[in-house]
Design a protein around this ligand. Structure first.
Ligand code: SF4
Ligand code: SF4
Length: 102
């Protein structure tokens, strides 16, 4: 069995942001890319624009969802929840910059 962890890269030039017609997909000054869910109309343009099709459309809400690096946690100096809870300590967080290879 193989497992590939493929979460949002918070790209330095995120193709999902300019593709979003409503301004729901946003990039903060520090490079963190996040979704303002109230503005999302579920058009899926961000999914098509992302090279890895990372945003996921939720048929229950009619909106997309995407990793936001647990921005509320990191703004409090905490690690993202996946890093804090990974039982095998496979994941590490060393800042938004380090999460931006692209
Ligand atoms: S959703 Fe895709 S394009 Fe947007 S920041 Fe994440 S990896 Fe980059
Ligand atoms: S699905 Fe939502 S976040 Fe994605 S491009 Fe459309 S309005 Fe923007």
């Amino acid at each position: 069995m193989e497992f590939t962890y493929l979460a949002c890269f918070h790209c330095k030039k995120p193709k999902c942001v300019p593709a979003c017609p409503t301004g729901a997909m946003r990039a903060r000054a520090d490079g963190l890319v996040y979704l303002e869910a109230d503005l999302c109309d579920g058009c899926k343009a961000c999914i098509a624009a992302c090279p890895w099709h990372i945003p996921v459309w939720n048929p229950r809400t009619g909106k997309v969802e995407k990793c936001d690096l647990c921005k509320d946690r990191i703004d409090q100096g905490l690690e993202p929840a996946c890093v804090a809870t990974c039982a095998m300590s496979c994941l590490h967080f060393s800042g938004v910059d380090a999460a931006q290879p692209h």
